[in-house]
Structure formats: C-alpha cells, structure tokens
Design a protein around this ligand. Structure first.
Ligand code: IVH
Length: 234
C-alpha cells in the first residue's frame, strides 16, 4: 500500500488507473470505480468481533504479530462493544485507525505539562502512548477516536464493493470517515486529492495523504497483491 502524500504526481494516478484497467482487461467504455479517502496518521488496529461482540483488539505491530490492547480499546467510547446488526456475522475483523484529534492533543499536552507528566511530540505519539497504558483507567481519560476503513478475517462480507462494506460498517455503528467518496476517473481522483489538500489545515486530525481503492471487491481479488502491497490501491 502506498499513499498519495506528495510522493505521487497526477501522472502516477493516471498510470495507476491505466495499469488497473490493463490488468483487468477493461474496454475503454467500461466504468472503473475507485474510492478515495484520507489516510489517517494514527495507529493501525484490528478489532475482532464474534457474533457481533468485540472479543479482541490488537495493534498491527509488524504486520504478523500485534500487541493485545483489548482492555484499553474497550474504553474508547466510539468503538462499539456490540455491532448494531440484526444478524451479526459469526466472525468479522474490522481494521482501522485509532487517532487523537488536534484540539484534544493540544489540551492533553497542556494538562500533562501542568501535572509534570509526559508531553507528546504529535497526535500520533499521544494516541500510541494512550493506547499502550498498562492501566486502562488512564486510557479511559484520553479522548481517543477511531475510523474503520478495512477488514481482515471476514468469511462473509455485507456487500460486494469497498464503499458498500464501509456503508455496512456505518450501519453497524462503527465510525467511518465522512470524507470518503467514490470516483469515476483519474481526473476525479486528482480533484479529490486537491480538495483534501485544501481542507487539510481545517481538519481536526492529522492525515498523511489519501488512499485510493478499486471499489469492486471481485476486481480487488483479481488484482491481488505484489509483495504485500495491494495492486488495487495506492
Ligand atoms: S487501507 C488492510 N485506508 O496506512 C489495511 N490504510 O495501509 C488496508 N492507513 O499503516 C489499508 N488510513 O494503518 C487504509 N483510510 C485508510 C488508511 C490506512 C491510514 C494506514 C494503515 C497502514 C498504512 C498503509
């Protein structure tokens, strides 16, 4: 996975779309939908729900083995302990980002300084420090927030598109980013990136780019991965 944080030029977005179209063998008139969303600068987390109940939360760690942070994650108010679904999936691993709002971060540092405690360098470190507390009652005092944007183990999916699954997350009462859009062309994606760049200073959280994902899950599967990076996203 690569992000579009100044590192990618508009030409590279055009090339990404062209590469995906070529790989899938799409005719020029065949539409290709791609979702666009901010890349949150926080901590990657996996939440395991069994029969709709939160049973485990782990940081991503090295990608294979994470740290178990279940007790601390249970103190985050916006993360549901039970999914709001009539028929909850037997197993569903939700992936997303835990982050600290900018205003909350500034306030935390004022309090920490006053109390002679640890002052954090940035919101990401504040999120990491707050999540890794040994005592969950301390984590509970920190206003950590969460956006769900992906999934891991999920034997059955609630939709056949990226955006459809995220809409299901919202119905399950998981917090999702309201700035996510579905785009129909490279030009739309580039315009989206410009719009987010313009909004960036007024967002209440840090982002480090924009993530684009092929909307069709069948096509994501066909595109697959190249050395752990999905061919269906940048
Ligand atoms: S998609 C299965 N979407 O970026 C995970 N990643 O992915 C698929 N990140 O450390 C990742 N915001 O924690 C995705 N909206 C977003 C994201 C996002 C932040 C992070 C993620 C990971 C890195 C690369």
């Amino acid at each position: 996975m690569l992000s579009l944080a100044n590192a990618f030029s508009p030409e590279e977005v055009v090339e990404f779309i062209a590469r995906v179209r070529r790989f899938l063998g799409l005719e020029p008139e065949q539409p290709l939908e791609v979702t666009a969303e901010p890349k949150i600068d926080g901590l990657s987390i996996a939440l395991r729900y069994e029969s709709g109940r939160l049973v485990e939360a782990a940081t991503r760690g090295d990608g294979f083995e994470g740290e178990n942070v279940t007790a601390n994650v249970r103190t985050i108010r916006s993360i549901p302990h039970a999914l709001e679904a009539k028929v909850a999936p037997e197993v569903f691993e939700v992936r997303g980002e835990i982050y600290f709002g900018r205003a909350d971060f500034a306030k935390l540092n004022v309090e920490q300084r006053a109390a002679g405690g640890k002052v954090f360098a940035n919101p990401r470190n504040a999120a990491a420090g707050s999540l890794r507390q040994i005592d969950p009652t301390i984590t509970a005092t920190r206003p950590l927030r969460f956006f769900a944007y992906a999934w891991g183990e999920a034997p059955e999916l609630p939709a056949d598109t990226q955006h459809g699954v995220i809409d299901a997350f919202a119905r399950w009462r998981l917090p999702v980013n309201p700035l996510m859009r579905t785009c129909a062309s490279a030009a739309d994606l580039i315009a989206y990136h410009r719009g987010i760049e313009a909004q960036r200073p007024s967002l209440d959280y840090d982002i480090d780019g924009v993530v684009y994902k092929v909307n069709s899950l069948d096509w994501q599967e066909r595109l697959g991965f190249v050395s752990r990076a999905p061919r269906w996203a940048i």
